[in-house]
Design a binder for this molecule. Structure first.
Ligand SMILES: CC(C)(COP(=O)(O)OP(=O)(O)OC[C@H]1O[C@@H](n2cnc3c(N)ncnc32)[C@H](O)[C@@H]1OP(=O)(O)O)[C@@H](O)C(=O)NCCC(=O)NCCS
Length: 129
């Protein structure tokens, strides 16, 4: 199964009150990581972009610290008419350790296209995995 990769360095402004990576920041990065996978999937289709319809599950398994790298791996696990279901795993990397699973989530993205009134509406991507 094709993997789409994306990485971020945890900076001091990304920390929460206990000094670990703020969960909302992790979710934001995951949203970008899955958007990249959807963007690649939708090349050559009628769709212009994909938007987040649902975060079906998310689990924070290990804390991530300032100075760690977070390496995201996204995999499309299911496709529907307009939906693209993507699993994203976030692995932390520090000076001492590599590839520790810190957070995992499942996102449902929906392919969209601009309609005549300027709004984005769902469109079938007609593509399957
Ligand atoms: C995305 C959007 C255009 C879809 O339009 P819609 O009329 O709501 O479409 P639907 O309810 O039919 O859902 C579209 C697809 O998502 C699936 N879906 C709907 N609700 C879901 C849920 N809670 N969990 C998982 N999948 C869901 C549907 O099964 C459908 O899949 P399919 O086309 O493959 O059969 C619209 O919901 C929207 O604009 N939402 C806001 C998006 C947004 O602002 N995201 C945050 C910023 S990116």
């Amino acid at each position: 199964m094709k993997i789409t990769r994306y990485s971020q360095l945890v900076m001091p402004q990304d920390a929460n009150v206990v000094g670990t990576l703020f969960g909302g920041q992790m979710v934001s990065w995951m949203d970008i990581a899955v958007a990249k996978a959807a963007h690649r999937f939708l090349k050559g289709t009628e769709a212009e972009a994909a938007v987040t319809r649902a975060i079906d599950s998310i689990e924070f398994e290990k804390p991530v610290y300032v100075g760690n790298w977070v390496n995201f791996e996204s995999r499309i696990i299911k496709t529907g008419h307009s939906s693209i279901v993507i699993q994203v795993d976030a692995f932390k990397e520090s000076h001492e350790e590599d590839n520790i699973l810190a957070c995992t989530a499942i996102f449902t993205m929906v392919s969209v296209k601009k309609s005549s009134d300027g709004s984005y509406q769902k469109v079938n991507h007609n593509k399957f995995i």
